[in-house]
Design a protein around this ligand. Structure first.
Ligand SMILES: *Cc1c(COP(=O)(O)O)cnc(C)c1O
Length: 376
């Protein structure tokens, strides 16, 4: 049997056995008390991870379906300010261009978002703001709270992609004034790919577009979720819901605070290793931004080739991510989201250190030892 690879990616991530086994069963009716109870368990736990008491619905589709649902339901024909400092901010912009009048609030990838430009756009009448909280493509944590304040001040709706922060880092959707928050199943929740979760505020419900898309009509999801048993409007990806329920129960058992602390510790170990090797983290921060605690983006040193290094690491059974688009070959990214703990992180760092040396880079110091200091 071929050994399975250890995926240290910013999604998909390895799934606990309980999550995998939950999918291995006979079909159940999605209009049944049994399905309704599974859906209710998911929503209960997810509301804590989102930091919300708003309505929360699960859509069959990947995270991008959640992004599109948000924009299509409240952004149609609206002026939308899209904050972009990486690949997923750009995706929000592209979706917004399909539905409304999108205005890019642009920063170089991996650099701080431009709050002054956002405020100027809000003063010119932007009605909706989009932000990626944890920009996975560059490993930066954007200041969602600051964006929420500005959106509120100018009475705009705030859509936040929390796809790689929710369930792994602190998210307080209600406190931050997030009207629609989104996450996906295969990132910090450590569930299989294919589900998107969306929370919707009272303010957002009041401002729904008149002609929403059919499959992604959030009001239809709300109506079905309010029934007894709890349901989805159309046949959902039932096995994925059952797996998500296990993933959510695991989060509840670990405790959200402990889970977030673990993510901080694991990413802290990766950061310590990069520093010991003499490598730079990719994001350029100011006081309002932080390094991601779910994915760490590291700049390649001169001479180290991305495909060669990641091939060396893969030979040892571990998969890490490279850069996307123009960052291909410039950075590598190590995910620390989901169920990962010290064994996976240390193995990944040992393999990475070996691959760096093999590529001819003279590491300054022992990154694995530095990570052990953080984890031990
Ligand atoms: C992965 C990711 C997405 C896209 O999710 P899919 O499940 O691939 O559709 C969107 N935003 C962020 C920040 C992500 O990391």
């Amino acid at each position: 049997m071929e050994k399975e690879l250890l995926l240290m990616l910013p999604g998909p991530v390895p799934m606990p056995e309980r999550v995998r086994l939950a999918m291995m069963r006979q079909a159940i009716n999605h209009r049944s008390a049994e399905f309704g109870a599974a859906y209710a368990d998911c929503v209960r736990v997810l509301k804590t991870a989102f930091g919300t008491t708003n309505d929360l619905m699960v859509i069959s589709g990947s995270g991008t379906a959640g992004m599109e649902a948000a924009i299509a339901n409240v952004g149609k024909d609206k002026e939308i300010a899209c904050i972009v400092n990486g690949k997923f901010g750009e995706r929000m912009l592209k979706i917004s261009q399909r539905y409304g009048k999108a205005h890019e609030i642009k920063s170089e990838w991996g650099t701080p978002i431009d709050l002054a430009a956002l405020e100027a756009r809000l003063e010119q009448g932007a009605q909706v703001v989009t932000l990626v909280h944890n920009e996975t493509s560059v490993g930066i944590r954007n200041p969602a709270q600051e964006v929420g304040k500005l959106a509120k001040k100018h009475d705009a709706l705030f859509i936040m992609d929390g796809i790689t922060s929710i369930g792994g880092d602190t998210v307080e959707a209600d406190k931050w004034g997030v009207d629609i928050a989104i996450t996906g199943s295969q990132k910090c929740l450590a569930a299989p790919a294919g589900l998107a979760m969306v929370s919707v505020s009272g303010r957002a419900w009041e401002r729904l577009t008149k002609n929403p898309p059919y499959y992604l009509d959030l009001a239809a999801y709300k109506k079905s979720a309010a029934g007894t048993p709890m349901e989805t409007p159309y046949t959902p990806a039932v096995p994925l819901f059952l797996a998500l329920r296990e993933a959510c129960l695991i989060i509840e058992e670990e405790g959200l605070a402990a889970r977030i602390a673990r993510h901080h510790r694991m990413s802290g170990a990766v950061q310590a290793a990069a520093k010991a090797w003499g490598l730079s983290l990719f994001p350029k921060l100011d006081a309002k931004h932080g390094y991601s605690t779910t994915v760490t983006a590291v700049e390649y040193p001169a001479g180290v080739k991305d495909d060669e290094m990641r091939a060396t690491i893969k030979k040892m059974g571990i998969v890490i991510a490279g850069g996307q688009d123009h960052l291909k070959g410039k950075i590598f990214r190590i995910g620390s989201m989901g169920a990962v703990s010290a064994p996976e992180i240390l193995a990944t760092l040992a393999a990475t250190q070996h691959a760096l040396k093999r590529s001819g880079f003279k590491v300054q110091g022992d990154g694995v030892a530095a990570a052990c200091e953080v984890l031990g």
